[in-house]
Design a protein around this ligand. Structure first.
Ligand code: F6R
Length: 248
């Protein structure tokens, strides 16, 4: 595990964008797994800026997002489809057909999960997967207790996740109760993973991921200890428990 400690959110965003664009410039790297939420917003902003400054083209890149809320249309202001258009896709030259997110309005949700998983398999391998981390240790929307063998699936969001995400909605009641998410096994199959974390609310989960003695389904992110190519880019607040233990 490679840990990059940065000062704050802004530095995390810059370092991550620089790293991503460099990795995407390498030959053979053409499938990028994407996350949403508050954490990567600044990174997407920097990525758009860097791509424009360096004339970097996304026309041969495919993106696969981790998740989408069940019950929200692509056009819903809080859907992850909308998030991705607003923060990235509308500002780069990626063809629409190359961008992939689960369909939260599918009539047959299990069928949609199978379609999504097959689409990822058909792309062969996610070269680089971007992740955030939930305060409860979730990755994607795989909440505590999710099997490490899970593939793309429908999940019920933890109440704490709905509370945390209420900041993006009018109120908590509007936050969907379910989502479609890549499974833990799906995430672990990606060649390389870059996880971003900022702020003290992530400190406990990050401590378990980095220093946790047990790899346990109770804290899904601990599975990442088994990934052969993981980079964590985290700021001082998110790393404060890790640092306090290492310095004691
Ligand atoms: C988002 C996702 C989630 C978030 C996590 C942290 O696609 O899969 O795991 O990364 O909930 O969210 P923020 O960044 O809003 O704290």
């Amino acid at each position: 595990m490679n840990i990059i400690s940065v000062k704050n959110y802004q530095e995390m965003s810059k370092v991550a964008a620089e790293m991503l664009i460099e990795k995407l410039s390498a030959t053979g790297v053409n499938v990028m797994g994407l996350a949403t939420g508050g954490t990567p917003e600044g990174m997407y902003k920097q990525l758009v800026k860097l791509a424009s400054e360096r004339n970097f083209s996304f026309k041969d890149i495919h993106t696969v997002n981790l998740d989408e809320y069940v019950g929200l249309s692509d056009e819903h202001p809080n859907s992850y489809h909308t998030y991705m258009r607003n923060h990235l896709f509308d500002h780069i030259d990626i063809p629409d057909a190359n961008t992939h997110l689960p369909n939260g309005l599918a009539e047959n949700l299990d069928g949609e999960c199978e379609r999504y998983e097959k689409m990822i398999t058909d792309l062969e391998q996610v070269n680089i997967q971007l992740l955030g981390i939930g305060a409860n240790g979730h990755i994607g929307f795989n909440e505590p207790g999710t099997s490490f063998n899970s593939k793309t699936q429908v999940v019920q969001l933890a109440e704490s996740t709905r509370e945390a995400n209420a900041r993006f909605f009018e109120n908590e009641a509007e936050v969907p109760t379910h989502a479609i998410t890549m499974g833990i096994q799906t995430i672990m199959e990606s060649k390389e993973i870059v996880l971003l974390a900022s702020g003290s609310s992530k400190a406990e989960a990050l401590y378990e991921l980095i220093c946790g003695k047990q790899v346990t389904e109770k804290v899904p992110a601990t599975v990442l200890q088994r990934h052969p190519n993981l980079t964590v880019i985290a700021d001082e607040e998110a790393l404060h428990l890790v640092n306090s233990v290492q310095h004691s």
